[in-house]
Design a protein around this ligand. Structure first.
Ligand SMILES: [Zn+2]
Length: 330
């Protein structure tokens, strides 16, 4: 840890003790802006897919940290599928880390929704709190009005509401991209196939070559239109979507190198996706191709030799099948 000035150390102590001195209540009200839109990088220790794990400045207990999406959203329903999946993964990491680092086997996972629940920051966040004894958050049990059967009856009576909300959620919040769709393209010029080397920050493990394409992120456009956009970004060429013919559709999987700036580490992340490969024949761009976006260099190789290039097993199988299909086309 870097050496702190006496003032910096004083501030750290103030954060540490704010919950018990009661100072927290006056501090958070005076900040004005959204503190989670403006997270201090030095307290973040991990990040993936726009979701961070960050130390809580005003921890309830030693080891307490939070999972926070970068986007300013105020409700779980607004999380994208990817963000929600990341929160799920981070919850798993959290329990393991709390046990390994603090020796505490239990964890409370707390999300306070709404001001009525005393959530002092609207920006959604999930507390991961080491839980060794129940004295940390004492339940003030109340005298109940309803028996268990009366309770369930109340919810069942509201079945119209439940169904309406369910349908409303499907309409408003269902994400069609629970498995991402990747579209890529075998581009042919005569008997040559276009392959690309990926830019350093998008490299696969091992460092395979691939073909232009990418993850569909706009589901209001057609897959072909999305692919046209990718082709333009990665090669500079402008293609008519009608020239693209679907060649294969299956489930794909790749492992790429994920860099963590907070941990100063690189590690493998495997992604599964619906994988649509298109064919673009008689490619004849007016301008010279120019590698861009997640492409570093472009190579025209003889289709008959394409399987000799460093291709991922999935793409290699596709290329070999395509070579056979093209040979039988004559
Ligand atoms: Zn915010």
């Amino acid at each position: 840890m870097a050496k702190l000035t006496p003032d910096e150390q004083k501030k750290q102590i103030l954060y540490r003790d704010a919950r018990v001195t009661g100072e927290y209540d006056s501090i958070w009200q005076s900040t004005g802006k959204c503190v989670f839109c403006d997270l201090n990088e030095k307290y973040i220790f991990f990040e993936e897919n726009g979701v961070v794990m960050t130390i809580s400045l005003y921890a309830y207990i030693d080891g307490h940290f939070m999972i926070v999406p970068r986007r300013h959203i105020t409700s779980i329903k607004e999380l994208s599928q990817l963000e929600w999946e990341t929160v799920r993964k981070f919850t798993y990491l959290a329990k393991k880390l709390i046990k390994d680092i603090h020796g505490t086997k239990g964890m409370q996972f707390i999300q306070k929704d709404g001001l009525g629940a005393q959530s002092t920051v609207g920006h959604i966040h999930f507390h991961c709190v080491p839980f060794d004894k129940p004295d940390l958050s004492v339940w003030n049990y109340r005298q109940l009005k309803h028996t268990p059967l009366e309770n369930v009856a109340l919810y069942k009576q509201a079945r119209k509401k439940i169904i309406n909300y369910d349908v409303k959620f499907q309409k408003k919040y269902t994400n069609t991209s629970s498995l991402p769709v990747v579209c890529d393209v075998l581009i042919l010029k005569g008997n040559e196939l276009l392959l690309q080397e990926r830019a350093d920050e998008f490299k696969f493990i091992p460092d395979y070559w691939d073909i232009p394409g990418g993850v569909v992120d706009d589901y209001s456009a057609s897959f072909e239109q999305e692919l046209v956009r990718e082709i333009k970004e990665e090669t500079g060429a402008i293609v008519n979507p009608e020239q693209l013919e679907l060649y294969a559709s299956r489930i794909g999987s790749t492992t790429s190198a994920q860099k963590s700036s907070h941990l100063n580490a690189t590690y493998p992340v495997t992604n599964n996706f619906v994988w649509n490969t298109y064919v673009l024949r008689d490619f004849n761009p007016k301008a010279k191709l120019k590698a861009g976006d997640d492409s570093k260099a472009l190579h025209w190789v003889k289709l008959a030799d394409a399987h000799k290039q460093p291709l991922s097993p999935g793409l290699l199988a596709t290329v070999k099948q395509f070579q056979r299909d093209e040979a039988s086309r004559g």
